[in-house]
Write a protein that binds this ligand. Structure first.
Ligand code: GLN
Length: 544
């Protein structure tokens, strides 16, 4: 039976609980254990799919088509375990399930209440699909003391009891702030946070203390004494120079050892950390630097492009170069052409990422044109590929009014609403009036690549599977004029209906993909398209 590690946060939000969970997962894996990492989100949205990237950062998509919290991206990048729908649940989904059951009469006349009905549903979620692993790490979103997270706290308290001795532990992540005026680290907020937690019936086994300065032995002892935790289980967590330095750093501070001790596990093998040491060796000793311009809409909040940022870093690790990302606001490019040139000329690669809506689109199209005409490596992802097709249609295929129906009515819908496609559940149908929530082509779909294409060479195969999240699609009816203009459709859905990849063979590196390759990239296994894109940028940097 799987053992459970419940991870809560205290004092303030944004303590990096997700990274902590991901890193602990990686450490247990490095000791030979099988892990799953999951997230409980206390908000009332059914999933983050309809939330603004400014509110919630990127929406991470799983193979099985779930729109999930961006922490699942960290879990997958650190453990390599593909996340599933079952790994993320929100309070909204819990209530939706309960209310559906109530309407169906499943509760047989009972009064439906937070305890036991909501907590039962949360426990069922925590336990589902865990038979095949040694450890399940469950991160509870929010901060102890939030009204919203109370049912989750109550559920893990119950579960701890029900699972029996040594089957589950609690890890609490806190902040030990440094007060400059006093020149001291302060443990009081941690004490208060643990008191709040114990008032909910949860006694933490391990405290992970985020701090900006080394935590003196005396303060560690004080936290242990006041919080009723063994001193070895008070783990200092200093800020790291890179998120990929965190697993080795936490191991050095004794986190994985403390976890095994809390479970009473003896004789576990030491972790093999070679993978993480290799990543940091590459990170610390780059042999060059490239600058990539990302032309998007949500550039004010890099969390909105979390996986993209990481995948570009992975491409850098693979090529042993430092990747500098210049976040460029597409809307500012809607001014004059010379402004664009001045900003894009220093770039060794240009990337137009995924996005929604018309705002900034002309700036994105102008960036595609710049990259095409100046032979600068270009990577278009999802909306970025659609913009590349519209640019190609307008400027190389003579279709002056080419556009997408996403931006309003058009006579030349080079990109249009997907109305029909095959999914694992059978034929899917949509029409313009369908709800916005959960109506996209989502999750992993296979694609067939053309034998002698650039992308087949990069992937080293003609059969791929990548994750999708879009409502619109390049219209295959425009294939002929676009190809005549030099934009080749080199990847299609297996039935040949949906364009998945376009490329320009007469350009050093120009590729657009309808899917999100960044979601599957890992620091120890960089995605081939990012590896190749950064390689092309390195070549470009030698030219300019
Ligand atoms: N807005 C586009 C669509 O829905 C692209 C989506 C995306 O880039 N993820 O098709």
């Amino acid at each position: 039976m799987a053992r459970f590690i419940f991870i809560t946060g205290g004092v303030v939000s944004s303590l990096g609980k997700g990274l902590m969970a991901a890193s602990l997962g990686a450490l247990l894996q490095a000791r030979g254990y099988k892990v799953r990492t999951r997230k409980f989100d206390p908000y009332l949205n059914v999933d983050p799919g309809t939330m603004s990237p400014y509110q919630h950062g990127e929406v991470y998509v799983t193979d099985d088509g779930a729109e999930t919290d961006l922490d699942l991206g960290h879990y997958e990048r650190f453990t390599g375990v593909a996340s599933r729908q079952a790994d993320n649940v929100t309070q909204g989904r819990i209530y939706q399930t309960i209310i559906q059951k109530e309407r169906r009469g499943d509760y047989l006349g009972a009064t439906v209440q937070v305890i036991p009905h909501v907590t039962d549903e949360i426990k069922a979620f925590a336990l589902a699909e865990t038979d095949d692993v040694d450890f399940v790490l469950c991160e509870i979103g929010g901060t102890v003391g939030d009204i919203e997270s109370l049912p989750f706290m109550e559920a893990i308290r119950q579960l701890h009891n029900e699972l029996g001795p040594l089957q589950s532990i609690f890890v609490h992540v806190t902040l030990v702030p440094y007060i400059a005026a006093a020149g001291e680290l302060k443990t009081k907020p941690t004490q208060h946070s643990v008191r709040e937690l114990t008032s909910l019936g949860i006694q933490p086994d391990i405290l992970l203390c985020r701090c900006e300065q080394p935590l003196p032995d005396s303060e560690q002892a004080k936290i242990a004494l006041f919080c009723n935790v063994r001193k070895e289980a008070v783990i200092p967590a200093l800020d790291a120079r890179s998120i990929y330095a965190v697993p080795v750093q936490y191991h050095r501070e004794g986190l994985d050892r403390a976890v095994l001790e809390a479970f009473g596990i003896e004789g576990a093998r030491e972790p093999d950390l070679a993978r993480w040491q290799d990543i940091m060796e590459r990170y610390d000793h780059p042999e060059g630097e490239v600058t990539i311009g990302v032309v998007g809409k949500y550039v004010g909040l890099p969390d909105a492009y979390k996986s993209l940022h990481e995948a570009l870093m992975h491409g850098g690790l693979a090529n042993r170069v430092k990747v500098k990302i210049q976040w460029l606001d597409a809307e500012l490019f809607e001014a004059t052409e010379s402004d664009i040139a001045a900003q894009l000329e220093p770039m060794h690669g240009i990337l137009v990422p995924g996005g929604f809506g018309v705002r900034g689109s002309e700036g994105k199209i102008a960036s595609v044109r710049f990259a095409r005409e100046r032979n600068v490596p270009f990577f278009g992802i999802c909306l970025g590929m659609q913009m590349a097709c519209i640019e190609g249609a307008r400027n190389t295929a003579g279709i002056a009014h080419a556009s997408t129906t996403e931006f309003g009515p058009t006579d030349e819908p080079v990109v249009g609403l997907i109305t029909e496609w095959m999914s694992k559940e059978g034929l899917q149908r949509r029409h313009a009036g369908t709800d916005l929530g959960g109506t996209m082509r989502l999750g992993a779909y296979p694609a067939k690549l053309t034998g002698n294409s650039m992308v087949a060479g990069i992937y080293g195969t003609e059969d791929i599977s990548e994750r999708h999240r879009h409502r619109y699609e390049v219209n295959a009816r425009y294939r002929e004029p676009l190809e005549t203009g030099g934009l080749i459709f080199s990847g299609m859905s297996p039935d040949g209906a949906l364009p998945e990849i376009v490329e320009r063979p007469d350009h050093p590196w120009f590729i657009g993909v309808q899917f999100h390759p960044e979601l599957k990239s890992k620091p120890f296994d960089p995605h081939p398209l990012f590896r190749s894109f950064i390689e092309a940028a390195v070549k470009q940097s030698r030219l300019v």
